[in-house]
Design a protein around this ligand. Structure first.
Ligand code: AMP
Length: 476
C-alpha cells in the first residue's frame, strides 16, 4: 500500500489525570482548529482500556453530540486535528491511531512528517507488517510492535531512533501519557498544568482556553512521561543536535496569541511588518491586511511607515482557510467567499496590502483585483516573509516546486502576474532579525532550500513516489 502525502499541518493535545479529560481535550482541539480542519479525534483511557471517537470534519461537528463524551470515559485523553491533501483525506487516516498489540493498547497522535517513511514501510512490509492506513504515523506503531526492548519508554525510543523527520507525538496507554518532540524541534509543543493534571498541546493558545498554566515548552529531543503518581519524568534519549524550529510557524501557521519557540507570535509578526516597512517603503494613503494572518504585520507596517492602518478587507469568519480546498477551481472562488472590500475606504486611495506569504499567487492576484475594483488608484503588495520557493518536507503543506510561483518566477514577473503596482518581500536577513535569532538556528528550507534533515534520494525509494523526482534533483 502506498503512503499518501505527508501528515501535514496538524495539532495535538493531551491531558493526563483530569476527570473531564475528554471534554477538555475537545476544547483544546477547538483552540487548535487552525492547525487542521479536515478531521479530528479523541482517544481516552479509563485505566482499563482505550476508547475512541474520530471522524472527518471540524471539531465542533465531530463532537456536536454530548453523548459522544459518554463513550470517552477516563482521566486521560489525547486528541488530534488533521489537515491533509486530496487522496489522503479518508476516514481510515483520521488520528489518533489506536491499536491493540502484544503489550496492550496504545494510541498515537502525530504532528509533523517523517522523511524516511517509504523506506521503513517497505522494510516492515517485507517482514510481514500489514498497514491499515496510508499515514506515515502508523509506521511508528509497527516499529514499536517489533522493538526488542522491554519497557514502553525503551520501545518508543527504539522506534523513534529509526525515524527521521519532524514529529511531535503524543502516546496514550491505559496508564500513561508520553509526549515526544523530535531532536530538531521543527514543530512547537508545550507543557501545562491544570490543578493536578498535566497538559500537552501544540500551541499555548490551547492551554489558555482551558485555563491551564503554561509550564514550559517541551524541548527539542525531549520525552515527557506522565506517570500514575502524578509526576512527570523528562528524558533526552536521542543524540543531541542543534535544533531547527520551523520559521514558517511564526510567519503564518501558529495562532498569534500563542507563544512558540520562546516568543509570542503576534509580537514577532508585528515586527516582521515593521521591518518590511523599513525595507520597502512606498508613498501611500492606507495600509490594509489580508485577514487574518496578515493583520499583525500590517499593523507593524503602518506603525513604522506612519501610513494609517484600516480594515479594508472584511472576512467572513464562517469560511475556512481557502488553502484547505483541495481543488484549484474552488480555491479561486474561495477568496471571494471569504473576503469583501470596504469600497468607501479604498476608493481613490493608494493602498498597501500586506499578506504573510505568496504560495501559488492565486490569492494575491484575486485580492489585488478586488482592491482595484473597489476603486483603489494604486495597489502595492507587501509580503512579510521572503519568497516561498521550496517545498517543505517537515509538515507544512507547501506544494511541490512546480506550483510555487516564486520557484520559477522573478519578483517582477510575480508582480505582473498578481497585477500589483509594486511588490516587495521581506528579506531573509530581515526575517531572521525580526524573529530575533539568538542561539536558535531556524529551519528556513521553504525560503532558502537548505534542508536540515536529509531525505532519501529517489533511487532509494523507487516504487513509492512520495516525492517528485525533479525536487530531489534540484536539492541534491
Ligand atoms: P496562494 O493563493 O497559493 O498564493 O496562497 C497564499 C495564501 O495562503 C496566503 O494568504 C497565506 O496566508 C496562505 N498560506 C500560506 N501558506 C499556507 C499553508 N501552508 N497552508 C495554508 N495556507 C497558507
Amino acid at each position: 500500500m502506498k503512503l499518501t502525502r505527508p501528515q501535514e499541518e496538524c495539532g495535538v493535545f493531551g491531558i493526563y489525570n483530569h476527570k473531564e479529560a475528554a471534554n477538555l481535550t475537545y476544547l483544546g482541539l477547538y483552540a487548535l482548529q487552525h492547525r487542521g480542519q479536515e478531521s479530528c479525534g479523541i482517544v481516552s483511557s479509563d485505566g482499563n482500556g482505550l476508547h475512541a471517537h474520530k471522524r472527518m470534519g471540524l471539531v465542533a461537528d465531530v463532537f456536536s453530540n454530548q453523548d459522544v463524551f459518554k463513550k470517552l470515559p477516563g482521566k486521560s485523553a489525547i486528541g488530534h486535528v488533521r489537515y491533509s491533501t486530496a487522496g489522503a483525506s479518508v476516514e481510515k487516516n483520521v488520528q489518533p491511531i489506536m491499536v491493540d498489540y502484544s503489550r496492550g493498547s496504545i494510541a498515537v497522535a502525530h504532528n509533523g512528517n517523517l522523511v524516511n517513511a517509504q523506506l521503513l514501510k517497505a522494510e516492515l512490509e517485507a517482514y510481514g507488517s500489514i498497514f491499515q492506513t496510508t499515514m506515515d504515523t502508523e509506521i511508528i506503531i509497527h516499529l514499536l510492535a517489533v522493538a526488542r526492548t522491554n519497557s514502553l519508554v525503551e520501545r518508543i525510543v527504539e522506534a523513534l531512533n529509526r525515524i527521521k523527520g519532524a514529529y511531535c507525538l503524543l502516546f496514550l496507554t491505559e496508564s500513561r501519557m508520553i509526549a515526544v518532540r523530535d531532536p530538531n524541534g521543527f514543530r512547537p509543543l508545550c507543557l501545562g498544568k491544570l490543578g493536578d493534571a498535566w497538559v500537552v498541546a501544540s500551541e499555548s493558545c490551547a492551554l489558555d482556553l482551558i485555563e491551564a498554566k503554561f509550564v514550559r515548552e517541551i524541548e527539542p529531543g525531549e520525552m515527557v512521561v506522565c506517570t500514575p503518581d502524578g509526576e512527570i519524568e523528562s528524558l533526552f534519549p536521542f543524540k543531541k543536535i542543534a535544533p531547527t524550529p520551523c520559521i514558517f510557524e511564526f510567519v503564518y501557521f501558529a495562532r498569534p496569541d500563542s507563544t512558540i519557540f520562546g516568543k509570542n507570535v503576534y509580537m514577532v509578526r508585528k515586527e516582521l511588518g515593521r521591518q518590511l516597512a523599513r525595507e520597502y517603503k512606498v508613498d501611500a494613503d492606507v495600509v490594509i491586511a489580508v485577514p487574518d494572518s496578515g493583520v499583525p504585520a500590517a499593523m507593524g507596517y503602518a506603525e513604522e511607515s506612519g501610513i494609517p492602518f484600516e480594515l479594508g478587507l472584511i472576512r467572513n469568519h464562517y469560511v475556512g482557510r481557502t488553502f484547505i480546498e483541495p481543488a484549484q477551481s474552488i480555491r479561486h472562488f474561495g477568496v471571494k467567499i471569504k473576503l469583501n472590500p470596504v469600497r468607501e475606504l479604498l476608493k481613490g486611495k493608494r493602498v498597501v496590502v500586506i499578506d504573510d506569504s505568496i504560495v501559488r499567487g492565486t490569492t494575491s492576484r484575486k485580492i489585488v483585483k478586488m482592491v482595484r475594483d473597489a476603486g483603489a488608484l494604486e495597489v502595492h503588495m507587501r509580503i512579510s516573509s521572503p519568497p516561498t520557493s521550496y517545498p517543505c518536507y517537515y509538515g507544512i503543506d507547501t506544494p511541490n516546486r512546480k506550483e510555487l510561483i516564486s520557484s520559477s518566477h522573478t519578483i517582477d514577473e510575480i508582480c505582473r502576474y498578481i497585477t500589483a503596482d509594486s511588490l516587495g518581500y521581506l528579506s531573509e536577513g530581515g526575517l531572521m532579525q525580526s524573529v530575533g535569532v539568538n542561539n536558535t538556528s531556524y529551519c528556513k528550507a521553504c525560503f532558502a532550500g537548505e534542508y536540515p534533515v536529509a531525505f532519501p534520494k529517489p533511487a532509494e525509494t523507487p516504487q513509492m513516489g512520495l516525492f517528485h523526482e525533479e525536487e530531489f534533483k534540484e536539492h541534491e
